[in-house]
Design a protein around this ligand. Structure first.
Ligand code: PYC
Length: 404
């Protein structure tokens, strides 16, 4: 007999919210779930709760454009994102869940001398960290993407590109479900529809979390809430240099596969990839204002269409099916804030801007180690909140897919 919907086993169980947990993770997206998974799988922590005011993966984890890459600008950034890429390479086996990682190569186009100089700089830094990246010329780009207008008769001619073969796309909801299923299998409690209303701090240490489903006593709280991260940190009395801006994206109707690399143009503020189902997924820069709104705008699709057609004029007849928006938690140097805070037992994994999805596995792995050892492991040591006092910033704006 065939399966009907009712026959499918539940992937994770519902639990009552218990009055005590060893670790409470706020935010049931990729970062929160990965942190829970690595804590349970590699450090034996069992009494873990992941709280989300909505559903698992309903924030940035389910709204990003699923791009994975490690071709950053600073050595700290390259090492960090490359560890994540390596974890992604083995994630299907690790979680026993097909996450559909397609390492199809990633191109960042340069349309002027300044852009080309930054691509060369990134390629050199990447190579010193053992990451496969090189600058290629328009003829080589044309071979990789025949649909791209690489002639010099366009408004923004392409002078070259940073080519990063290990980069690609992955099925982002599968990544979320894979971590959720694996964490739940290790005894982690996943509480959806559970909003945090307060964090209790006594004598400089976290003692509990208040939620719409009851109060929890705990000595360890992790803030993995991306766009809402300043609101949650404020509950613990921790101020963070983070602003929240929407980032919009869109997808077309499906067409026969013709694009098997990820293409990014920082000058034209656009990135595009084709999914296994044939849809083109597009994104652009963050909206030029701070907001918690996730509504799409006509202005966005007009600008996007005009810029996409400058790169690939052959797409002019394609129809957009959907657009949506997510929230980006932006820091002044475009690097994350990850590690302990001045409040004992209160950890943050925030400030991801437009880089959060690609960092999920390494952020979870490093945060788990940080919590059990109560010190930042080397791979995140440069991304602490204290850098905004000391001035030791890690400037990653030059590695952004698009302008901000
Ligand atoms: O940094 O690759 C990136 C990216 C793609 C979409 C948003 N950010």
């Amino acid at each position: 007999k065939g399966f009907t919907q009712g026959d499918w086993a539940k992937v994770w169980r519902q639990h009552d919210v218990e009055p005590r947990y060893d670790v409470v993770i706020i935010g049931g997206g990729l970062h929160g779930l990965a942190t829970a998974y690595y804590l349970a799988a590699y450090h034996g922590v069992r009494k873990i709760a992941v709280l989300d005011k909505g559903y698992l993966g309903g924030g940035g984890s389910g709204r990003n454009t699923a791009i994975v890459r490690s071709n950053y600008l600073t050595p700290e950034g390259v090492r960090f994102y490359d560890r994540s890429l390596k974890l992604y390479e083995n994630l299907a086996g690790e979680l026993n869940f097909n996450v559909m990682f397609s390492q199809r190569g990633h191109l960042t186009l340069a349309h002027n001398d300044g852009g080309l100089r930054t691509m060369r700089w990134r390629a050199e830094v990447n190579k010193t960290q053992g990451v496969d990246s090189e600058v290629i010329d328009p003829d080589e780009i044309k071979k990789l993407v025949p649909s791209m207008d690489t002639s010099d008769r366009t408004r923004y001619p392409i002078l070259g590109a940073l080519y990063h073969p290990p980069g690609g796309i992955i099925r982002h909801d599968a990544v979320v479900w894979g971590y959720a299923r694996a964490a739940a299998g290790l005894g982690v409690h996943l509480h959806q529809d559970t909003e945090v209303t307060g964090i209790d701090v006594h004598h400089g240490r976290v003692t509990g979390v208040r939620t719409t489903r009851g109060n929890i006593s705990t000595a360890t709280v992790v803030n993995c809430t991306a766009g809402w991260s300043t609101l949650i940190s404020e509950m613990a009395g921790v101020e963070m240099p983070v602003t929240t801006s929407p980032l919009q994206a869109a997808v077309t109707e499906p067409v026969k596969p013709f694009l098997d690399t990820v293409v990014v143009s920082g000058s034209l503020h656009v990135y595009v990839s084709q999914t296994d189902r044939g849809e083109l997924v597009f994104g652009a820069s963050v909206d030029p204002f701070t907001s918690y709104s996730v509504r799409g705008s006509l202005e966005f699709v007009e600008g996007l269409a005009s810029n996409v057609l400058k790169l690939m004029p052959g797409l002019s007849k394609m129809r957009l099916l959907r657009q949506w928006s997510g929230l980006c938690d932006m820091t002044p140097d475009y690097s994350p804030i990850i590690g302990p805070t001045p409040v004992g037992g209160f950890f943050v994994d925030v400030g991801w801007g437009t880089y959060g999805f690609k960092a999920g596995p390494v952020a979870g792995e490093a945060m788990a180690e940080c919590i059990v050892s109560d010190r930042s492991p080397e791979i995140i040591a440069d991304f602490g909140l204290d850098r905004f006092r000391s001035g030791r910033l890690v400037g990653e704006k030059g590695a952004a897919a698009v302008g901000h």
